[in-house]
Design a protein around this ligand. Structure first.
Ligand code: ABF
Length: 258
């Protein structure tokens, strides 16, 4: 089956504007085409951009007879791998595995909520930050794929939903109070739709979203300090972890940042 990249776009005053979905797709395809090689162990991120990466991966597995091993970063990622395996009938070549069997990953491909000019990230808007960070930390190369809206000069410039912090449920109030007192801003317990109750992560934890934080903070120090608070499981600050970012742009190009 010939791989095809269908571009949806509209023309405005002589320039072509790509849709956000197309921007995600071209970034994802570029990352998969550039970094995935036969027999690679691949970390599969979470979120809507990664859907295109797995789609492309499955196409390449089928077209090029690749043999790859996929390690999911979430329940969603696992389902995505399983769905594409059956869709493309590549049962024997696109293997689903885990860190027990494959503790060393060649390349992890994942989305982000925001990427600053130093390649620091906010992740976890979708709630999967803990497993995403574990998988990224086990990967030789960590490639970020995103649309143009995620490309910022500093964290918090465009993304206003806050920095997610995954916490042990019984500790969410003291953790919230300590971070607000020490660093300012406000932490909100993430609630499910219609406020039916707190969002519970794949790991059984709660998420606090840190909003209205100051900009241009020393994120490496802050990340370390927050992680030392008892009850904090992980933060959505991915500092100095990414190897490269691909942004699908409005003009149809893919911007690279490393
Ligand atoms: C996950 O998906 C998260 O860490 C991040 O919050 C989100 C990005 O999602 P999308 O690709 O849908 O923008 O990787």
């Amino acid at each position: 089956r010939k791989a095809s990249l269908q571009i949806s776009s509209f023309v405005s005053k002589n320039c072509t504007i790509m849709s956000v979905e197309t921007a995600k797709k071209i970034a994802a395809y570029k990352a998969v085409d550039t970094y995935v090689k036969n027999r690679h162990v691949i970390g599969i991120g979470s979120g809507s951009t990664v859907v295109y990466a797995v789609e492309r991966l499955a196409e390449r597995v089928q077209n090029e007879n690749l043999n790859i091993i996929c390690i999911p970063t979430s329940f969603q990622a696992k389902q995505l791998i399983v769905a594409n395996k059956s869709r493309f009938q590549v049962e024997n070549e696109m293997h689903l595995s885990d860190l027990e069997n494959h503790p060393e990953i060649d390349v992890c491909i994942d989305g982000a909520d925001e990427v600053d000019c130093h390649l620091n990230l906010i992740k976890g808007g979708g709630g999967c930050l803990l497993q995403e960070k574990i998988i990224a930390s086990c990967s030789k190369q960590f490639i970020v794929i995103a649309d143009y809206r995620k490309n910022s000069s500093y964290l918090g410039e465009q993304y206003k939903n806050g920095i997610p912090i995954e916490v042990i449920p019984m500790a969410f109030v003291p953790i919230k109070n300590r971070i607000e007192k020490r660093f300012g801003g406000k932490l909100e317990l993430r609630m499910a739709i219609a406020k039916a109750g707190p969002v519970v992560t794949d790991n059984g934890n709660f998420i606090l979203d840190w909003i209205n934080f100051k900009h241009n903070l020393k994120w490496e120090d802050i990340n370390r300090e927050i992680k030392m608070i008892p009850g904090v499981v992980e933060t959505g600050l991915f500092i100095k972890m990414a190897t490269k970012a691909y942004f699908g742009m409005q003009d149809g190009s893919v911007k690279e940042q490393d």
